[in-house]
Design a protein around this ligand. Structure first.
Ligand SMILES: Nc1ncnc2c1ncn2[C@@H]1O[C@H](COP(=O)(O)OP(=O)(O)OP(=O)(O)O)[C@@H](O)[C@H]1O
Ligand SMILES: [Mg+2]
Length: 581
């Protein structure tokens, strides 16, 4: 099988051919004579014996033992993955990357990354600074990893502070290196090895530089011997120099992610959809589900979420529409709108939902329900729920529908459902129709009309009559333009009854691609009429409130006040001022 062990054998063979090159080959072969007295000695002895292996077959046995449990775990999928591990593919990909680096045109450089344009290719190339280790160095790293795992019994992710976590591991590895001179790692390479082991153990190895680059929105591993792709904020989809040469390397990563999350991915359950401790969303698949090899997709979580100020700077929305949406979410102190945000994959639905939810007054009781918790709201009184898929025995599932039902028994002021997909839709629409205002959620659809069709068709199956409870549909799109990729709200619609048994969407704002502006159509805004029935406001007073909010947002944009907490404070302060007037 093309597993780790085979690879190690190959590496050992290579080592034989280049005797003076690596610290391992310099290491003296040492018989395992020391008595195993305590845990620490045992570990160090094992470490020594493993590292001081030469290429002779019998001595590989101890390595075999060391990795046997791991091999058993992945045995079944390995037989599939071995088909994928073609040496020619590995060579071909290296040649391809080298060509891109040699012939590509350097477009920009920041941090430790370089971006190249590749002649005749529509995608650009992202070169991360990833240390390439030789096969023998890889073996030392692996052995050090094993030794460290045995010496540190705490699960790395239980040490919450990532810096502290890294430091603890770093120090431990230095200690191992110092106490095991037989490994024969020269002192000046201690930090190289310590860093390499730390990134593999408490980070995500090769992916680390990609994870740390805040300009990358998504990281996509698509199988062995293929470049890992990234979605760059400015350049869209790109190739990278991060390559996994064996499917088992990707599966190791998947196993690690699953372990952190207390889940399991194997042949009987080859799909994983979850949230990493840092809030990033991750999806992983292994063969036989993904037939060309294992995949990992990471939607990176922004520590510093976008706010309305960012959306205006990106031109996703203009000042007028931002103020209109603010009023709709707040509800003129009377009737917060029920809002659905639609769009395609990665169009920015969740981000827009988060931005809008931040207009909720702080005196509201907000309940959020998501499959994977992504929302980040600085509103004081927020309760967050996360659904759960069924366990291995098929039990323990917590569906969004159950959570929405439960939420309605909790006297919420606002119910926010991250992504509405099936039966929870009817529960949410029932809530909208029974006096729960300020419900919000997202749906995968490409236009307001398509949104209505999806809501009223299986599996959502919301009865047509219930659509009356919905006030606004916002459609957002990710568009490729001459300026690169941009995200725009392209439609804002209201429901205008049912015609010939089909719900009618009334478009009140529409994006004009010629001028790149979101323009007001000549359709009246029903929501304002509704507000007039709930409040004492007339048209000019509604216009005054809108103007006041336009001014406030403009002030934030002009002064570059964009941090979520600062923006939220200004919004909440304005409510307090209004109340005390
Ligand atoms: N208006 C915007 N301008 C620029 N980037 C944005 C904008 N909105 C979101 N993004 C970025 O786009 C990526 C996708 O955003 P988000 O997760 O909100 O999309 P989504 O539509 O909810 O995706 P999915 O369909 O996968 O749930 C994120 O990295 C986010 O930071
Ligand atoms: Mg989303």
């Amino acid at each position: 099988m093309g597993s780790y062990l085979d690879e190690l054998k190959v590496q050992m063979g290579e080592k034989k051919q280049e005797p003076a090159a690596s610290p391992v080959t310099e290491a003296k072969t040492e018989a395992k004579t020391e008595a195993k007295t305590d845990a620490k000695t045992i570990n160090l002895n094992e470490l020594r014996s493993n590292v001081s292996q030469t290429s002779t077959e019998p001595k590989l046995d101890s390595l075999k033992d060391m990795f046997s449990s791991k091999m058993n775990q992945t045995q079944e999928s390995d037989s599939l993955s071995s088909k994928l591990e073609k040496k020619e593919d590995a060579k071909a990909i290296d040649v391809l990357l080298a060509g891109w680096e040699r012939n590509g045109k350097l477009v920009t450089k920041y941090g430790e990354s370089e971006i190249y344009r590749i002649e005749g290719d529509s995608l650009m190339y992202y070169k991360a600074n990833i240390p390439k280790s030789s096969p023998s160095q890889k073996m030392i790293i692996t052995t050090l990893k094993e030794a460290t795992t045995r010496l540190i019994t705490t699960d790395p992710y239980k040490i919450r502070d990532p810096i502290q976590r890294q430091n603890i591991y770093y120090q431990k590895i230095l200690e191992i290196l110092e106490n095991a001179p037989e490994i024969n790692v020269p002192k000046h390479l201690f930090s190289f090895y310590a860093k390499a082991v730390v990134t593999e153990m408490v980070g995500f190895g090769l992916l680390d530089p990609l994870i740390h680059d805040t300009k990358l929105e998504e990281i996509m591993i698509i199988g062995p011997n293929k470049p890992t792709y990234v979605y760059h904020k400015d350049y869209g989809m790109m190739y990278t120099n991060v390559v996994y040469y064996n499917d088992s390397e990707i599966q190791d990563l998947v196993d690690k992610i699953a372990r952190i999350l207390g889940r399991r991915v194997d042949i009987s359950s080859p799909l994983l959809d979850a949230r990493l401790p840092d809030g990033s969303r991750v999806n992983a698949t292994i063969p036989p589900a993904s037939i060309d090899g294992s995949t990992v997709t990471i939607r990176k979580f922004r520590d510093d979420p976008y706010t309305v100020v960012d959306l205006i700077n990106f031109k996703t929305v203009n000042l007028e529409v931002a103020a209109f949406l603010w009023c709709a979410v707040e509800g003129f102190g009377a009737k917060p709108a029920n809002i659905i945000i639609s769009g395609g994959t990665g169009s920015g639905k969740t981000t827009l939902l988060n931005v809008l939810a931040n207009f909720t007054p702080d005196d509201s009781r907000v309940i959020t329900i998501e499959d994977t918790a992504e929302l980040k709201l600085p509103i004081k009184h927020t309760i967050r729920f996360e659904g759960r898929p069924p366990g291995l025995e098929g039990g323990g599932e917590i569906t969004l529908e159950i959570l929405v039902k439960n939420t309605l028994r909790m006297r919420p002021d606002r119910v926010i459902v991250g992504e509405i997909r099936s039966a929870e839709a009817t529960t949410l629409f029932t809530a909208m129709n029974t006096g729960h205002d300020g419900c919000m959620g997202t749906i995968h659809a490409n236009s307001a009309r398509e949104t209505l069709v999806r809501i009223t068709s299986p599996p959502m199956d919301v009865p047509m009559l219930m659509l009356a409870g919905l006030d606004l549909i916002l459609v957002q799109k990710r568009l490729n333009t001459a300026k690169g990729q941009v995200r725009r709200i392209t439609e804002i619609a209201e429901i205008d009854g049912v015609f010939e048994n089909k719900p009618v969407a009334n478009i009140i704002f529409k994006w004009n691609p010629q001028t790149d502006t979101l323009e007001r159509t000549n359709q009246p805004i029903k929501y304002f009429e509704l507000i007039k029935t709930y409040t004492r406001y007339n048209d000019s007073e509604i216009a005054d409130i809108l103007t006041k909010r336009i001014k406030l947002i403009k002030e934030l944009v002009d002064n570059n006040i964009r941090d979520i907490n600062d923006v939220s404070k200004r919004i909440q302060d304005s409510y307090i001022k209004d109340k005390q007037r």
